[in-house]
Design a protein around this ligand. Structure first.
Ligand SMILES: *Cc1c(COP(=O)(O)O)cnc(C)c1O
Length: 352
């Protein structure tokens, strides 16, 4: 999503006067405030991207040990765990939502478990109530990777309010973008300062540093893009909803094609449209290639599972048969607000 170009020019004009291009300037602070309003969470801290939000979250919460997560996600999720010195323990996923199967979490908990890192995959909301119950019972933290879930609500509760914190990604490919960017939403006010320090070298004044931090600041151009795009996000989601509904109406009764059931009590952002083949007349890879021949670019998302990348060899400690099966049979269909109903007709006809 891009805002009208004049609007972006207008937004960045003052940067030529202030000459403040980064280091938590006016645009950054305004954007942070607007996000608190939009996400309806007590606090938001901005970061250079979603991945660094995850790494900084684990660092600030001092999580070290085993972290239970899903293999059915973008590689960033488990990379953040390993890069922070922890060990990912891969839990299988639920057949309907493709999210972590909460009935299988407790059997993976050991004395070394410090947290659960679930992902709201495709914007499908996790079983947050069950996850909270498990976390409280076992005294472990919950860090949500909400990279796909910007703007969603569950039972009327905005998504950034679950667990100890949630991270969002504003990468160019996401529903809402700041070119690159990310944020952490949280409710514990005591985390405000450590998040500010961790992303700015730990510098607290001209001659003071309280913490050995890194650099993960969101700059003024990214914040300007965010301020512009935030004005269009509701329209964007509305358009996506209509397109998703149309896809669903055309594909719902086809033998061998499985669609995620619409989750009750979830207000979705319709970020992706995954379909899974089961005993379909063609294999997933055949369908993918047929689409490509017709200049339609679908994605094998998520394939492979993160645990099946070579660099995760030593972490394949538990089997995750449902995740394996979904991953081998899934594609996500094109979905963006410039897509037309005619495009969707064409895509579905090729599929059929
Ligand atoms: C995009 C994404 C990330 C990483 O976000 P970036 O902003 O690209 O660094 C993390 N987790 C998931 C599930 C994602 O889709």
């Amino acid at each position: 999503m891009l805002p009208p170009i004049e609007e972006f020019f207008d937004e960045i004009k003052d940067l030529w006067e202030s000459k403040v291009l980064t280091n938590m300037g006016k645009k950054h602070n305004l954007f942070e405030k607007k996000l608190v309003e939009y996400l309806k969470t007590p606090f938001v801290s901005l970061f250079a991207n979603g991945h660094l939000s995850l790494e900084c979250a684990l660092e600030v919460l001092k999580l070290k040990g085993e972290i239970i997560t899903t293999p059915y996600t973008f590689i960033s999720t488990s990379n953040s765990i390993v890069r922070s010195g922890s060990k990912p323990i891969f839990c299988d996923i639920d057949r309907n939502t493709f999210n972590i199967d909460t009935t299988k979490i407790e059997e993976l908990i050991t004395p070394n478990t410090c947290a659960i890192m679930p992902v709201h995959t495709y914007g499908n909301i996790c079983n947050v109530d069950h996850i909270q119950e498990i976390a409280e019972k076992n005294h472990i933290k919950v860090v949500y990777d909400a990279a796909h879930a910007f703007g969603e609500t569950y039972k009327g509760i905005p998504v950034g309010n679950f667990g100890d914190l949630s991270i969002f990604s504003f990468h160019a490919t996401k529903v809402f973008n700041t070119i690159e960017g990310g944020a952490i939403s949280f409710s514990d006010e005591k985390l405000k300062k450590p998040f500010r320090d961790v992303k700015n070298f730990g510098i607290t004044g001209p001659e003071t540093a309280d913490y050995i931090g890194g650099n993960a600041k969101l700059n003024e151009f990214q914040a300007s893009m965010g301020l512009c795009n935030l004005r269009y996000i509701s329209r964007e989601i509305q358009k996506r909803k209509k397109l998703s509904d149309y896809y669903r109406s055309l594909l719902k009764d086809i033998e061998g094609i499985f669609l995620n059931p619409l989750e009750p009590e979830v207000e979705s952002n319709y970020s992706y449209f995954p379909i899974v083949f089961k005993d379909y007349k063609k294999s997933r890879d055949q369908v993918f290639n047929d689409f490509e021949k017709n200049n339609i670019f679908t994605r094998k998302y998520f394939y492979p599972l993160t645990k099946n990348y070579r660099c995760y060899q030593e972490y394949r400690t538990h089997s995750t048969p449902v995740a394996e099966e979904i991953s081998k049979n899934v594609i996500t269909l094109p979905l963006h607000s410039d897509l037309t109903y005619e495009d969707i007709d064409r895509i579905c006809n090729i599929l059929k």
